[in-house]
Design a binder for this molecule. Sequence first.
Ligand code: ARG
Length: 587
Amino acid sequence: MSLLTDLSGRFAAAFESLGLDPALGAVTVSDRPDLAQFQCNGALAAAKPAARAPGDIAQDVIEAVADPAVFAALEIAGPGFINIKLNDDFIGRRLADLARDDRFGHAARSTDGKVLIDFGGPNVAKAMHVGHLRPSLIGDSLQRVFRFAGYDVISDIHFGDWGTQMGQLIMEAELRKPDLPYFDIDFAGPYPTDSPFTLDDLEEMYPAVAARTKADPAEADRARQATLELQQGRPGYRALWQHFWDVSHDAQKRDFDQLGIVFDLWHGESTVHDRVAPMLRRIQAGGGATEDAGALIVEVAEPDDTKDIPPLLLMKSDGGYLYGTTDLATIDDRIEMGVVEALYVVDARQSLHFEQVFRAAFKTGVAPESTVLEHVPFGTVNGPDGKPFKTRVGGVLRLHDLIGQVRSAAIKRLDEAALAIDYPEAERREIAKKVGLAALKYGDLSNNRTSDYILDLERFTSFEGKTGPYLLYGAVRIKSILRKAAELDLSPGPIIAPGKDAERALMLELTRFPEVLDRTVDLRAPNHLAEYAYDIVTAFNRFYEACHILREEDADRQASWLGLVDLTLRLLALVLDLLGIEVPERM
Ligand code: ARG
């Protein structure tokens, strides 16, 4: 049980014993840490319905809750706030418990089914770029957080691999290499195993053909026709499409590997293709869809909408399916997998799309009413000019190149700070990689999810300030303290009551984890954990300055301090891991 839950429970019982609403017993961390550690404001809210002065109620609550084994001081402040200070022995016991608990006080949460996190969302024929940074990092952190919180999580990349773009690419491929066997309807196979195009080729081909089909309706028709034939299973097109898929997947997978991001499912739009026709039949039979000039739509507007929500188009009059169609079929698929909650970590610009799809899912009965379908949007990564990030020559920065840049910046920083100087080259490279990724991930995740931020590698890679490298350095220093102690044959022991302010402050900081984690889950917002990692390191640094561990003469106290150091390290490493950040052994 978390410390706040424990304290709130005690106050709730006190309110209840006075005939008052136990919910008023909620205890929070004090917003005046100079005066108190915690506070309870319930007496103020109780005053009116009870027709009593809040100060009197507070006095009664204090008498009812008082327990010298738990509280060192309970004082009324202002009109009826209760300021709370804990007994040091009680704090020591809580910390000793915490040190033995691998959930760090967090009570596991669950749902009656699976939680799906849809994030990353790259497309065939496109290398990942800086725009993929936020969905990837936020989505990965959320999958880690939800999993640790106790949920049964599945992550899925939802690869964009099935729209008209695929037909366009096939058309362009034929234009460029007409002699390839993929276009010959009589070719009996087998098709070549190596892709005739690289991802670079595809990246160049796609805009060219997209522009042509946009300008010329006849070309657009051909692309639609090619898409249809692909979707209907024309062997040469399928084989060619598979090459597109493979080269795109391989490059993107390499980027995700570099970022340390793993998906449970690499499903895509194509995965649900065979589901669409039966789903549409069901929807039509159920009366959830309307025919409109040969097309099939679902009306999703509600009477109390404040903005216009157009119908979701499920099938065009030529029989083609759309982005929304595959998204609906994907929900169908996910429901079958046992998903009860699906979070879509996707750019805010797609919010109308998801509003339409989710409404349609409920309206057509594809998703049961109890399903949680939620779009988790995020802000934009901007350049120094405050506009969406561009390279110096005005292009989009590839994720691969960005990772390379941040790694070089990290090496430079290590040199400047004279860190890891005489380590073997391979280890140094490994450290630089971790520092670089920590810089990038913390620079992103420390921002409010929905805010835009400026990508500033200079600031992100600094070892000073609220940065990934600063936190890594903090964690590595804690490791080295424990190593040094071990060399002196000193090991962590049971944690006892704090004696010094900075020690007590660190202890109380470490008890906050359950609430921070829950807030991160509830708000789908890793920035709360990011902030907490910084708070832990700050509290630890103060403690380390105030308590001279290796010189301490009282052996129990010294062992307790080392126990606290060890607990701090384990919790900090967990918090960083939940942000997707790895700590090197040394630096
Ligand atoms: N591939 C899409 C895009 O580039 C993002 C996919 C998001 N997920 C989803 N289920 N629609 O915009």
